[in-house]
Design a protein around this ligand. Structure first.
Ligand SMILES: [Zn+2]
Length: 321
């Protein structure tokens, strides 16, 4: 037995959406004029913002029907917009690839290569934003169903070593989802009395080819695993993984800290406006995306075992309506 097939299908659907959106957003970036990076990206960024926003909303909107089919109605239904907004401001995210590229050009790298660095960053960020929006929605929806007591990590093979080693682990909602950039793992709801037994790291490894194992673990560790070594022993599961560090929230400080403030200041309004497009709420050049202040896991921690209070806080923060 493994996690319910519907949870696995939910994961696959999310991963596909994140990949497809990232590809589309990357194509928008690749259309920049190499000689006019700043202005041409500023002109294209609204389209990228719209694609990211639409991807996030689609991801978050898939939480409710999945949970209803799986577990029945909750104490309110998940609001996709709040889950998407919770990932943070999109303006710094859109600015980041530009800053990375300009930095590289300044340091003497070829223009085309520098633009590729920006593309890679944007693709990574897009995947992460979409996965995060989906997981936030999933978690809010699960907390809104008191019979769900915990969640189990859903990992799809092939995956990276850090995720494989966490496959099938059960967590409290108080623990935020452990993930790395581009991570497309999701969660399955767990109720008392559920009898399914999730795949363990060894089960996942057994589904992977030799080449995939080598890619995930490195040659030596892959050989050790093939010889029967305990996967948990050969992988440092925590390395590069974090909870609660949502990309759109973190990248702002990163771009402000590592680049000329001037550029950020000058183009901030422009990108904020572009970011506002995803919520269709641009007022006087200023985006008004209302972002919930607390993440679902923070809410759960605050409620300290009082599920009714957690649900009240979810509602107050706009996650459920
Ligand atoms: Zn991973």
């Amino acid at each position: 037995m493994t996690v319910p097939a519907s949870a696995q299908a939910h994961q696959a659907e999310r991963a596909q959406l994140a990949a497809a959106t990232a590809l589309a957003v990357r194509a928008v970036w690749q259309g920049v004029d190499p000689e006019q990076l700043e202005t041409s990206w500023a002109a294209r960024a609204p389209l990228a913002a719209e694609l990211i926003g639409r991807g996030q909303l689609t991801a978050a909107a898939s939480a409710e029907p999945w949970l209803v089919a799986e577990l029945g109605e909750g104490e309110g239904s998940v609001a996709p917009l709040a889950a998407a907004a919770a990932t943070g401001d999109l303006a710094p995210v859109l600015l980041a690839p530009l800053l990375v590229s300009l930095n590289r050009i300044r340091r003497g790298f070829a223009r085309t290569l520098s633009i590729l660095s920006g593309a890679a960053l944007l693709e990574m960020v897009t995947r992460t934003l979409i996965a995060d929006a989906g997981r936030i929605a999933d978690m809010a929806g699960m907390i809104a169903r008191p019979r769900v007591v915990s969640y189990v990590r859903v990992v799809e093979a092939p995956a990276c070593a850090r995720c494989i080693v966490l496959a099938g682990r059960e967590y409290s909602f108080a623990e935020g989802f452990l993930r790395h950039p581009r991570c497309d793992c999701t969660m399955a709801a767990r109720r008392p009395g559920d009898t399914w037994v999730p795949d363990l790291p060894e089960d996942l490894a057994a589904q992977m080819t030799e080449v995939q194992l080598q890619k995930a673990f490195g040659q030596d560790a892959a050989a050790a695993i093939a010889d029967g070594a305990d996967i948990a022993q050969v992988v440092n599961a925590r390395r590069g993984m974090s909870t609660g560090t949502y990309y759109g929230r973190r990248v702002r400080t990163t771009s402000e800290g590592t680049t000329r403030r001037g550029l950020y200041g000058r183009q901030r309004a422009q990108f904020a406006k572009a970011a506002g497009v995803r919520f269709g709420e641009v007022t006087g050049g200023r985006a008004r995306a209302v972002s919930p202040r607390l993440m679902p896991e923070e809410i759960y921690r605050l409620a300290d075992g009082d599920r009714a209070h957690a649900i009240r806080l979810l509602r107050k923060n706009g996650y459920i309506v």
